[in-house]
Structures are given as structure tokens and as C-alpha cells.
Design a protein around this ligand. Sequence first.
Ligand code: CAA
Length: 288
Amino acid sequence: MSGNETRGPLTVVGAGNMGGQIAHQAALHGFTVRLYSRSEERLAAAREESSRLLRRRVEKGRLEAEACQAALERVTTTTDLGLAVRDAEVIIESVIEDREAKRAILCSIADHARDDAIIGTNSSTLPSSMFAGSIRNPERLLNVHFFNPALVMQLVEVVRGPHTDASAVERAIGFSRDIGKTPIVVEKESYGFLANRMLFIALQEAYHLAQEGFVSIDACDVAVTNALGWPMGPFELSDLIGLDVVEAILAEGHTQTGDVRWAPPPILAERTARGELGRKTGRGFRES
Ligand code: CAA
């Protein structure tokens, strides 16, 4: 944890589950942070959820009450994108995982941002080269990929695009360390980068084994936590990530690579069709 020095400014664009937690992670490490969303309700919900999580740390004796309060005060919110990004040295985009939504917001960010700001997209599946042709000064654009829950998971993947300057990669690595994360560089873009590529193949195996009746969902989770040491089994983890997010990630892999290994299986698609999306709806593979 950092002391009282102020770092930044950092802007996080998108105040969903990931954006809100990334903003508060940086604030815990002394950054002044602007959190942007189109919606005041989203901003309020993101503040509420992160302050609940940080206050729980205080109750558990893992965080000083003053450090918690200071972190919460370092995050300001806005629905004005120009205001949000114009002073930032680092901008992390974390809006919905949709190609056109990302393209539109990345174009606006690049138009309003300082020329020397780096722009990291927190996309899991859309490589930054997909947007490089559409934005101003794409040499400062790259994927800076966090994991869920972002206040807890240590890894950040910094993915070098063919258009990305070496100095942007260096700065993204430095920034990730400064906010207390463990960054790695992924030297070339490929579907799923590194950790998700490995994770989602394992999830697919679990889905197929359960779907074809080899094991129950519960037995599979018991096996993976007890044999492989994962903190959660594949089905519980899918419920945490959100079944709609998992399905979109797999479908994007199928589209990008044409490889049927990534095609979303019925055991997943039938639940998302029923609106059973995991923890956020109270039911997914399991009840929560
Ligand atoms: N959001 C934020 N913080 C959370 C949280 C959540 N949803 N759930 C738990 N935590 C925090 C707790 O507050 C607690 O914090 P402190 O230690 O500071 O008190 C800490 O996590 C540990 O929590 P618990 O002791 O209650 O529970 P746990 O030991 O079971 O840990 C977990 C919970 C961290 C989620 C753990 O089960 C875990 O690591 N699960 C695997 C997560 C994982 O694999 N994530 C990668 C997902 S893939 C991804 O992100 C892909 C993508 O791009 C879409």
C-alpha cells in the first residue's frame, strides 16, 4: 500500500464491475482517479460496491480506516467524457465487451486525451489492433487486461499491438506495478491473450464433461478445487464471471479463429437464453 503521495491523474472509462474496481485499486495506491460513465446510476453503484468491499477490508483489519477513506476520496466521478480524460496520463477503457461500443468510445477518448496519454483497453477478447485504424495517435493504444475481481486478482496482461510504441508498453507496465499489480507483457496479439486462452479451454472441457453426463456440475467443481488447487471450480467461476460474459468471450473466439473449440456449448447457451447469468441474477450453473 502506498503512503500519502498523490499519483496520476488516471481516468477509468466505464463504471461496471471491472471499471469501478480498477479505479478503486489505483486510488488505494495513491492515484487521483476520475471514473466516467454515461450513467449517474452506474457511477453511484460503482462507488457503493467498491466502498462496501474496502470497508470490509477495514473490518477484517487488512486496511486502515484512514487509508480507506483517503482512497474513496481520491475517486471522483463524471458523465462528461471530455472532462474525464483531458488531464489524464493513463486512461483505462473498460466499457461493455462490444466491438462497436469500444470503437466509438476509444475514438472519443483519443480525440479528447493528451497526446502523451497512454490508452489501455481492458478488453478480454478484442485486440487493440482492431481499433488502431480508427483512432488518433494509435501508437499509445494497447490492451491492459485486468482479471475479475479486479481488486483481488494480481495479474495484468499488457498486450503489445503491432501499432503500439515501446514506450507505451513500458508505461503500462510501470503503471500496473504502481497500482500494486503483477504485469506481464504479451508480445503478440492472439485470441484470449494468455490467461483467458488457457482458462477458457479448461472451462470448455468442464462444460463438455458435464453436458455429456460424465460428471455433475458439483462433482466437477469439487474435483477441480481439490485436485488442481483452483480457488473456485469451473462452474462457480463461470457464475462469478457471468454466463453472458463467458458466452460472449467464447463466441468471439469462434468468430475470430473459426475454431470450433471455442463455440459456446448448449449447457451454457440454454442458461443464458433463460436469463440465468450467474451471481448477478442469483442463478447460473448454481444458485447463489
Ligand atoms: N469483488 C471484489 N472483491 C472480492 C470479491 C468480489 N466479487 N469476492 C471476494 N472478494 C475479496 C474479499 O473481500 C476478500 O478481500 P480481503 O482479503 O481484502 O478481505 C478476498 O477477496 C478474499 O475473499 P473471501 O475470503 O471472502 O473468499 P475467497 O478466499 O473465496 O476469495 C475470490 C474469493 C478472490 C473471488 C477467489 O475465490 C478467487 O480467486 N476465485 C477465482 C477468481 C478467478 O479465477 N478470476 C479470474 C476470472 S477470469 C477473468 O477475469 C476473465 C476475463 O477477462 C473476463
